[in-house]
Ligand binder design. Structure first.
Ligand SMILES: Cc1ncc(COP(=O)(O)O)c(C=O)c1O
Length: 392
């Protein structure tokens, strides 16, 4: 059966060059980077080269990169590491309601521990945060702001530079974190230009391995270690390094930096072809920023659409039977029939949110694939409408 993968925001296929390098570090260069013998030294060299590659991808210094087990750990750490180190300054945290659960659930846990959390209003339909809304929420006791750079469900690209500058003008001691898991390696990202203090990145969204990510921690502010033990990652995150994963992440970051523009152009062409096909249908609507109007404000490969009177999950199952992989909501929450918290936060109705489907296009997709997806999408809609003509 034909298989078409349109779920690159959930994860990507590991690039074969990256996979080969990972194999090398699993089987041949398997030393512990903390060992002083040659095996250890070679592993250390590999890890430090990878650190530089990840740093280069986001315009950081290598000493500001701390490897983690992925985006989730980096998000969790960004929040907890900041608020406990800066508790003397205040107890107030600001977020958007459409953050990844790695941020939202950590903030909820901190709320139970006595911190106060404000969720910013989002602009309806686009999901953008305005500087005015952010500044209005900032107080003298605000210690942390966390705003996602590129949203994983609807692809909205926030103006992180503007928001960060406005936040620092309102309260210079505030720490600004951005979850850039869907941004780094997809759009140009430079931490110095953005002005952020903390940034989360992950390997498996950019043709690297799963289970590895990093937190950028700008030099010079109070931040707490994640775990203690052997003192790895400059005593900030103890535990023997995931050397093959880190090497793979570094290689994937270097490839992404080199191919950034070509990859974005390809994903954009596939996404736009898909949208032209499905938005011409009756009852199919686009969620989020219209990339035909403002392409620079949306992830190049992201399409999020709703089909009137049809559940997204039902569509997914039909498409899966045709070998097509897409997603409803984020992969981490699929399996639950709760409508997407992102679309609800953007003011969509429950039925639009429940009918939503995310297609995220990537390097392996061809025009022929996209035409097949459009055709199967139309067949699935026709089938499900016949089955439940009265709708939801
Ligand atoms: C925006 C965002 N943040 C965080 C994560 C979690 O990253 P990881 O899967 O590396 O833990 C994801 C992955 O779905 C994501 O899309």
């Amino acid at each position: 059966m034909r298989r078409v993968y349109c779920d690159h925001a959930a994860t990507t296929r590991c690039h074969p060059d990256v996979a080969r390098l990972i194999y090398e570090y699993l089987v041949n260069e398997f030393g512990n980077p903390s060992s002083i013998h040659a095996f250890g030294r070679r592993a250390r060299k590999g890890v430090e080269e990878a650190r530089q590659q990840v740093a280069d991808l986001i315009g950081a210094r290598a000493t500001e990169i701390f490897f983690t087990s992925g985006g989730t750990e980096a998000d969790n750490w960004a929040l907890r590491g900041t608020v406990y180190a800066n508790r003397a300054k205040g107890n107030h945290i600001i977020l958007t309601p459409y953050e990844h659960h790695a941020v939202l659930d950590q903030a909820q846990a901190l709320e139970r521990e006595g911190f106060e959390v404000t969720l910013l209003p989002l602009e309806p339909e686009t999901g953008a945060v305005t500087e005015a809304a952010l500044v209005a929420a900032i107080r003298p006791e605000t210690i942390l702001i966390s705003i996602m750079y590129v949203n994983n469900e609807v692809g909205t690209i926030q103006d992180i530079k503007g928001l960060c500058a406005a936040a620092k003008a309102a309260n210079p001691s505030v720490v600004f974190h951005t979850d850039a898991v869907q941004a780094a390696g997809v759009i140009p990202v430079n931490v110095k230009d953005l002005g952020v203090d903390l940034m989360t990145v992950s390997g498996h969204k950019i043709y690297g391995p799963k289970g590895v990510g990093a937190l950028y921690v700008k030099k010079g502010f109070r931040f707490q270690a994640l775990q203690v033990g052997g003192g790895q990652e400059r005593k900030m995150r103890s535990g023997t390094e995931n050397v093959p994963g880190i090497i793979g992440f570094g290689a994937a970051a270097a490839l992404a930096a080199r191919e950034l523009e070509a990859r974005a152009a390809h994903a954009r062409a596939m996404r736009d072809r898909f949208l032209a096909g499905v938005l011409a249908m009756d009852g199919v609507t686009l969620n989020g920023i219209d990339p035909r109007v403002s392409p620079e404000r949306r992830h190049p490969g992201n399409a999020n659409v709703s089909v009137e009177h049809i559940e997204g999950e039902a569509m997914l199952l039909r498409l899966d039977m045709a070998g097509i992989a897409a997603s409803s909501g984020s992969a981490c929450t699929s399996g639950s029939l709760e409508p997407s918290h992102v679309l609800l936060a953007m003011g969509c109705s429950r039925s639009i949110a429940q009918g939503s489907l995310r297609f995220s296009f990537g390097q392996e997709n061809t025009e022929d694939d996209v035409d097949y997806v459009i055709e199967e999408f139309k067949k699935s809609v026709a089938f499900l409408r016949k089955l439940a003509p009265t709708g939801l």
